[in-house]
Design a protein around this ligand. Structure first.
Ligand code: PMP
Length: 360
């Protein structure tokens, strides 16, 4: 071992040395249906106004540390009452990290039904917390008894419930979620990253009803993945404490200006979400008609489907060779031969379906 290597191993935390970097697939030159992005760019008609708003941005000054104007607009649009706090993050990933920093400690547990969004575990591991996954049932619902038993036994600092869930795409039973919120000794974070596609079903109206319920949202799936803006909402005492850990200028000037402009023209994003919903229905129907494919119901902007036994990884690779990138979930417990496709434009979805059909 070289001196430099020995020094690195002496000082870096063992959890870090044992971990692997988060891998993002190389999508260059491919039809990108892997990351739940909105496939539609900002319409030409809005681009001029957006660029004009950016022209006034002051790059030589630090951004507003509180992102005050943006927060005010979001509070108004979400109709938040005065008892509800709002904290912005550089994507909701940063908010998950912030929660982990706030809650970390020896033996502290992060609990989520699995399969779950991977960052809950990645960031728990990074901060030396224990991640406890409770398998979903065969139809991807919460295993009520197992969840309640794990909560009682493990006393988690935080429970994450993605509503709808990634990578399965479905909404959990809301009554079971309420039982979990009531039984949890610590926080329950309902992660509504896919809210624009879930038919209005949301826990937003339940904020403030429980002192341990936080809600997370993101603009990433709505058409603004490039901006990196996540929202954490919940009782003011929790949000005020968490805000102490937020880096002062975490939402940059360009994001503040752009998000304000686009949210003021939010009808455009709503219209795009409608197109995505229409394409989701078409894609689901077409997948269901392919023999050998099981497509699972989706309340999100992606569809999970299962290939014939043993063929998932080969189909993933075959699609890639045909220029289409989706997500291979083979190897995730319970999801062997499963693939996840993001709803793209009509042309992208047609290209995906045609390629998949030839591979089957
Ligand atoms: N939560 C869930 C359930 C997700 O699927 C994702 C993105 N894949 C995120 C949060 C993170 O979103 P972002 O950091 O882009 O806001």
């Amino acid at each position: 071992m070289s001196n430099a290597d020995a020094r690195l191993r002496r000082w870096l935390r063992p959890q870090l040395l044992a971990s692997r970097a988060y891998h993002v697939q190389d999508s260059r030159g491919l039809i990108k249906l892997d990351a739940m992005e909105n496939p539609y760019p900002l319409p030409e008609a809005l681009r001029e106004g957006w660029l004009a708003a950016l022209r006034d941005a002051e790059l030589n000054r630090y951004p507003d540390p509180q992102a005050g104007a943006l927060c005010e607009l979001l509070r108004e649009q979400l109709r938040l009452g005065p008892d509800i706090g709002l904290l912005l993050g550089n994507g909701s990933d940063e908010l998950i990290q912030l929660l982990a920093i706030a809650l970390a400690g020896p033996e502290r547990v992060v609990l989520a039904p699995t399969p779950a969004f991977v960052m809950y575990q990645v960031l728990a591991d990074a901060l030396g917390m224990r991640f406890e996954g409770v398998p979903l049932t065969a139809d991807f619902q919460l295993d009520r008894d197992a969840m309640l038993a794990a909560i009682a036994a493990r006393q988690p600092a935080v429970v994450y419930l993605a509503y709808p869930n990634n990578p399965t795409g479905n909404l959990f039973d809301a009554a079971v979620m309420r039982e979990i919120i009531e039984a949890a000794p610590g926080l329950v974070v309902v992660d509504e990253a896919y809210a624009p596609f879930s038919g209005g079903r949301s826990f937003l109206g339940e904020l403030g009803r429980y002192d341990n319920l936080l809600l997370m949202r993101t603009l990433s799936k709505q058409g603004l993945a490039g901006l990196r803006l996540g929202l954490l909402l919940g009782p003011k005492p929790w949000i005020d404490e968490l805000d102490k850990l937020r880096l002062p200028y975490n939402i940059n000037v360009l994001t503040q200006v752009s998000a304000r402009f686009i949210l003021e023209h939010g009808a455009v994003l709503a219209e795009q979400a409608d197109w995505i919903l229409a394409e989701r229905a078409r894609l689901a129907q077409a997948l269901a008609a392919l023999s050998g494919i099981t497509a699972y119901p989706s309340d999100a902007n992606f569809i999970l489907f299962r290939a014939p036994a043993g063929r998932g990884p080969g189909i993933f690779q075959g699609l890639r060779e045909k220029g289409i990138l989706i997500k291979n979930l083979h190897g995730t417990p319970g999801l062997d031969d499963c693939l996840r496709v993001t709803v793209g434009t009509a042309a992208e979805n047609t290209a995906f379906l045609q390629a998949l059909e030839t591979l089957l």
